[in-house]
Structure formats: C-alpha cells, structure tokens
Design a protein around this ligand. Structure first.
Ligand SMILES: [Zn+2]
Ligand SMILES: [Zn+2]
Length: 223
C-alpha cells in the first residue's frame, strides 16, 4: 500500500491485480515498435517492461481519497473472480479498503473513470449468491464516457486519468495508443492535452494501471 499526501487529501493506493500475463508491446500498444520500447528501457525497466521477455507489465489499482472526513474511491478494480458461475471471492477490494481503515459503509463517493470491467468490478459483489452494492451509503450516479478527476488541495494538484495512460512510454510518446483505445484520434488528443496540462500546472498524474510507484510527475520536453 502506498500513500501520497496532496494538500489536505490523503491518497492511498490499493492494488487490485498485478497483471503478470505475458503481453507483448505489439499486442498492448499496436503501432509501437519493439525498438521504441527498447530505446526507452531505462525509463520502463523493471516495473513497466521486461526486455528479456518482451513483456509489458501492468497493475490494476484503486485510489482511495480521504479528505475532511469523507472517503472517495476512484475506480473499483477488476472482479476477476466474479464472472457468472465462477466461485466468488468477495474479499479483495473490500479487504483492501478495510486494511486501510475504511469499511464498506464508510465510503461516501465512488467515481468510475469509465465503465470497462477492470474499473467497475467491485461496484457490487456477491453475498451468498446475491449481488449487492459494495458501498451501501453512496449517492448513486452515472457518468457517460471516460472521465478524468482533478484534485486540488492547498497548492497541490493531481489528475486521476484512468486509462488515458497505460505505460510511461505514452508520456514520452503521447501518440501511442493502447489496444483498448476505442477512438484512437480522440485518445491521442486527450493524452496530449492532459500531459500538457499536468506539465503546466505541476499536477501529479495517477493512472489506473501503472505498477511501480503508481504516479508520475510530468515535465515538458519541447512541445
Ligand atoms: Zn479501460
Ligand atoms: Zn483499465
């Protein structure tokens, strides 16, 4: 578990899944080349890329924000054991939050950056075969499209960018899309905009799938 303090907000990372499946750069980021990944290996190894096996590494994480007595969960991770018919494992995220000192009923807000299954998995869970809301005291809500959450507290700013970034390679090469970007043109534009904004406002960037430290500071190199 990692904690970052931004102004009056405590941000806690709860790792939901560490993806160890072998995914090659060509599969994960169509259009990127092995040469590009190797060129940036000093940035990417060992947390994000393994040159010897040509494998991309990813995590799936949930961010817990605590501010002024309120608890906010950004994304709810991947319920990989909750496919229909599968044995339910009802402990992961709820256990992770409990270990961080937050019970199910203590959560005030859940923000799903978007509705891919690795971001909404623990919105509900199976309790004795019955699907129930994980956090019973939320105000219900719905956000169409991908969203980016901007946090400002004191002089600190952070952007929770969901899946706009999957690897630091996309920081040095913002035009690189992942295989999950459904609208490649808009994905590129959004990525360039948010990185520029992060650099210009000194905002910490917190994507959903970065292993390692989980967060990144952005600096301009040219435009
Ligand atoms: Zn996604
Ligand atoms: Zn995702």
């Amino acid at each position: 578990m990692h904690e970052i303090v931004l102004g009056d907000v405590t941000v806690t990372r709860i790792v939901n899944v560490v993806v160890t499946a072998e995914i090659s750069p060509a599969t994960s980021f169509p259009g990127s080349t092995t040469a590009t990944w190797q060129q940036h290996r000093s940035l990417l190894e060992p947390d994000f890329f393994e040159v010897s096996t040509n494998t991309v590494r990813a995590a799936s994480q949930v961010w817990l924000l605590r501010s002024e007595g309120r608890n906010i969960v950004v994304d709810t991770g991947f319920a990989h054991t909750q496919q229909p018919g599968a044995q339910a494992n009802d402990t992961d995220l709820i256990q992770g939050l409990t270990a961080a000192g937050v019970r199910r009923e203590d959560n005030d807000v859940v923000i799903n950056t978007h509705l891919h299954e690795d971001h909404v998995g623990w919105n509900t869970y199976l309790d004795g075969g019955v699907r129930v809301p994980s956090f019973p005291n939320l105000a219900p809500g719905h956000t169409p499209g991908s969203s980016i959450l901007r946090l400002q507290s004191g002089s600190d700013t952070a952007l929770f960018v969901g899946d706009a970034l999957h690897t630091p390679l996309q920081i040095v090469q913002p035009d690189t899309n992942s295989q999950y970007c459904e609208d490649p043109t808009r994905a590129r534009r959004t990525r360039n905009q948010l990185l520029g904004q992060a650099a210009d406002t000194n905002a910490l960037v917190l994507p959903a799938h970065f292993p390692g430290h989980g967060a990144a500071e952005i600096e301009r190199n040219g435009n």
